[in-house]
Design a protein around this ligand. Structure first.
Ligand code: SAM
Length: 240
């Protein structure tokens, strides 16, 4: 078991905690047709990188961001403070979304609930015409040993695109569009993390922290060895 305090030390102050780029958020807003004065939820917001992008892209929107990790929710709250009351950050469980939203945005977090359970559970949190955008681990081509190894710790099973589309249908939704997140969105996550690891290693880390640094460095090295194999799929879906 890796120490939670060491994770906090490694991740605190990073821009984001999973792969993604602002352009992915903008793409999803366009596919979802999210209106200017929308109610938007950033479920599993982490330190709030996408919360900020959503708030900037829809200046008339009200945004609720939720994360279960207190330190990350606090970081997101500080980053979003400049938007005033229209962006609220809550520490809490995204299984229980408060309100009716035109868009539920969930980057790299739905698999913590299980994709089907998340989609089923969020149906009651959608306003009429509301949509959900989520990113989910995917096999972009038949799985290699590197892909199977990379995803071995992910809760639930990783599938190809057809497998995700089948889970979307099983949860009572249909897809409005999808795109693969390969390469640059992962570099946006891993480059700052790699720099942080180097900085912490230079400062005589504790044994607990060293274990966490080694584990994250192995993950980054695995991605660097096979960047075209490791992907998320970003989907926009609506109730069927
Ligand atoms: C891989 S990170 C992604 C964070 C952020 N969306 C991003 O892309 O930078 C997953 C996030 O989901 C949060 N999380 C996991 N389970 C959750 C739950 N049940 N409710 C709310 N947040 C949760 C974690 O605390 C973490 O911040």
């Amino acid at each position: 078991m890796l120490a939670p305090d060491a994770f906090f030390t490694l991740y605190s102050g990073l821009d984001r905690e999973g792969p993604g780029l602002p352009e992915d958020v903008l793409w999803a807003l366009g596919v979802a047709g999210t209106p200017e004065a929308a109610a938007i939820c950033d479920a599993g917001c982490g330190s709030g990188a996408d919360t900020v992008t959503l708030a900037e892209a829809r200046p008339g929107a009200r945004i609720t961001a939720i994360d279960i990790t207190p330190s990350l929710a606090a970081e997101a709250r500080a980053r979003a403070a400049r938007f005033g009351d229209r962006v609220r950050v809550r520490e809490g469980n995204m299984a229980d979304l408060p309100g009716k939203f035109d868009l539920v945005w969930c980057a790299g977090a739905a698999y913590f609930l299980g994709l089907e359970a998340a989609l089923r559970g969020w149906r009651g949190a959608l306003a009429p015409g509301g949509r959900i955008a989520f990113s989910e681990p995917v096999y972009p081509h038949p799985p290699t040993a590197a892909m199977l190894d990379f995803w071995q710790d992910v809760p639930g099973s990783v599938t190809d695109l057809d497998g995700i589309i089948a889970r979307i249908a099983a949860a009572g939704y249909r897809s409005l569009g999808h795109r693969l997140l390969i390469g640059a969105p992962w570099a946006a996550y891993y480059a700052p993390l790699e720099a942080r690891i180097a900085k912490l290693r230079a400062a005589q880390p504790s044994p607990e922290l060293s274990l966490v640094l080694d584990s994250s460095a192995r993950e980054i090295a695995a991605w660097q060895a096979s960047p075209d194999d490791i992907a998320y799929a970003l989907f926009v879906v609506e109730p069927a």
